[in-house]
Design a protein around this ligand. Structure first.
Ligand code: 2BA
Length: 118
């Protein structure tokens, strides 16, 4: 159907993943016939590149989508030098390492009121 409201009963899944998981995850989603959009993004904390996927799915496909994401994304530990981004020159520059766990995937599920293709 083109030019109409296709459906309610849908969810928008916003999924942030490590770049190293992107290709494997996208391959599996295509194989499983999901439609999705890939956006290059970056984390506000690490300021490093990651990938954001947007997928609008029928409610009955949501569990499968989450399962595919879970299976294809890994948690990773990353050591960062914790330095204030706005550190003033007069402030002592003392970087201290800290470890953060990144991912596997961060997923938000949002109710969709309307889905239209023109
Ligand atoms: P980043 O913002 O670069 O965060 C990378 C990892 O650093 C996070 O992993 C978390 O373990 C840690 N982290 C983030 N903010 C922190 C803070 N203020 N203090 C200490 N540690 C912090 P994840 O939680 O797995 O997040 C991976 C990426 O997912 C994030 O990259 C960000 O791009 C996105 N993200 C996570 N939570 C989000 C949220 N509530 N809203 C929007 N995006 C989010």
């Amino acid at each position: 159907m083109i030019g109409g409201i296709l459906s309610a009963n849908m969810k928008l899944v916003v999924c942030i993943v490590h770049n190293r998981d992107r290709n494997r995850l996208c391959d599996q989603l295509v194989k499983s016939e999901f439609k999705f959009t890939v956006i290059g993004s970056s984390g506000g904390f690490l300021r490093e590149g990651n990938t954001t996927l947007l997928s609008c799915v029928q409610d009955d496909k949501l569990d499968l989508l989450k399962q595919i994401i879970e299976v294809n994304c890994r948690a990773r530990e990353q050591v960062v030098n914790a330095v204030p981004y706005e550190s003033a020159a007069s402030v002592a520059f003392v970087p201290s390492a800290m470890t953060v766990q990144v991912g596997g995937a961060v997923v938000f599920v949002v109710e969709v009121n309307e889905f239209v293709r023109f």
